[in-house]
Write a protein that binds this ligand. Structure first.
Ligand code: IMP
Length: 426
């Protein structure tokens, strides 16, 4: 079977980029299927370092075709900048494919993202302010502008006029902000269209043809299960389906083309932006995790909130994604702790929950129920096989497997490619 989906199981920043990068060379295609430049990771290959937000990191491999699927939203300014950055490292972008049906982030989406957050005040979502939510809103409202519209000046002007009739009213009357003219945006965006044109393709058709002749496809999820608009901690979520089902919709392939779903879980837990986080730590342990784990966002530079591993979340992710495997990342960061707690259930309103509580308010004041495990008290960053790990670290991994009901196939013990233990991934 040809398809593997890789998804985040927590609130993002699990280290999906490193795992994708590790696996990419075994696939013929690597496809982004949702999100936009709200994602981001740094890829290091020898002396080359790239900060990528939109283009799959598979761009670095000669024999892998990177694709941006219809489910993504694209800020052309960011894409063009990213292509420039890749070229400046001497890497060709010729094989990149961008779906003509992906939606385009417009300047007013950025304005509306910021304005809407400011208006929400203390209830704000804590978005990345990249215009992601407003762009998806327009897609669903059917006044969005797709990549193919951008390539046809006549259509682009027409669609822009329709969109601006509404957007300008909102900008001016609701938020008291400056408005846009069609001309102003055309001047900015039409040159981008020419830069992007060579890459635009029918991604769904190309993928289906490739799958028919036995090619292997890795669907690379951005954000994570708890940020999924349907299955996450709504409303503190992103505006797309980051769970495995999103791969089928966002790339245009049938679900029966996917046979493996790899969930990436950090060995502890982080979150950026607002919203509930039962195992959040505001003590010295939280500070240690933040410092040792370098927990600062690649996209926004924001400090991440840190806490203990929450097995309830990962068990939930196992269900909603149909996980077949787990990749456990940053296990080395826990070496700093003498004892390690794992949340196995929550208590709220006198009830114990082994699953995510059915109501948002119960989840908001859920208290974690912990099991405490011994730490291993030594550096594990040089371990390369599972047997190299100290017994306590092995037991920690086995405990998490048992709680998730999913085998851990990959363990990472540092940021380098080599700092990886292939436990059961074939
Ligand atoms: P948006 O995706 O910019 O609309 O932000 C919505 C929520 O998703 C906010 O809480 C963001 O912090 C969060 N978010 C979006 N992208 C990422 C990511 O790549 N990592 C972690 N959190 C993210």
């Amino acid at each position: 079977m040809p398809g593997t989906v890789l998804v985040g199981t927590q609130w993002g920043d699990e280290g999906k980029g490193k795992v994708t990068d590790l696996l990419a060379e075994n696939y013929d295609y690597v496809v982004r299927f949702q999100g936009g430049n709200n994602a981001g990771h740094t890829v290091i290959h020898g002396n080359t370092e790239l900060a990528l937000h939109l283009v799959p990191s598979a761009i670095m491999y000669d024999d892998v075709i990177p694709m941006i699927g219809n489910g993504c939203v694209i800020d052309p300014r960011v894409l063009v900048e990213e292509l420039g950055q890749i070229h400046s490292q001497g890497i060709s972008t010729d094989k990149l494919r961008i779906s003509s049906n992906a939606h385009v982030i417009m300047p007013y989406h950025l304005d509306l993202d910021g304005a809407s957050e400011a208006r929400l005040g203390k209830n704000q979502i804590g978005t990345t302010k990249r215009g992601i939510g407003p762009c998806y809103q327009d897609k669903v409202a059917r006044i969005g502008i797709r990549v193919q519209d951008l390539l046809d000046e006549h259509i682009f002007r027409e669609k822009l006029q329709t969109a601006l009739a509404e957007k300008n009213d909102i900008l001016r009357k609701v938020y008291g902000m400056p408005t846009y003219s069609v001309e102003q945006i055309c001047e900015l965006y039409l040159p981008y269209a020419e830069r992007i044109r060579p890459y635009v393709a029918d991604v769904s058709r190309e993928l289906n043809e490739a799958i028919r002749i036995g090619k292997q496809v890795l669907f690379e999820g951005a954000q994570a299960t708890q940020l999924d608009v349907d299955h996450g901690t709504y409303p503190f979520v992103t505006s797309s389906n980051c769970t495995a089902g999103g791969a089928s919709v966002g790339a245009g392939v049938g679900p029966n083309r996917i046979d493996r779903v790899l969930g990436v879980a950090k060995a502890y837990l982080t979150r950026v932006g607002s919203g509930p986080f039962p195992t959040e730590l505001s003590d010295a342990v939280g500070e240690t995790l933040a410092r040792t784990g370098g927990e600062v966002g690649v996209t926004t530079g924001r400090a991440r909130r840190c806490g203990y591993y929450d097995a309830v979340l990962v068990r939930y992710a196992a269900d909603v994604n149909g996980l077949t495997d787990l990749a456990l990342t940053k296990l080395d960061v826990l070496s700093a702790l003498e004892r390690i707690k794992v949340c196995t259930a929550y208590r709220a309103d006198g009830t114990t929950y082994k699953t995510i509580p059915p109501s948002q308010s119960a989840f908001h004041h859920a208290e974690p129920v912990y099991e405490t495990l011994p730490g291993w008290g030594c550096d594990i960053s040089e371990c390369r096989t599972f047997a190299d790990l100290p017994r306590e670290a092995q037991e920690y991994v086995h405990f998490l497997e048992e709680l998730a009901g999913v085998p851990v196939s990959i363990v990472t013990v540092g940021p380098e490619r080599s700092q990886t233990i292939m436990k059961g991934w074939r």
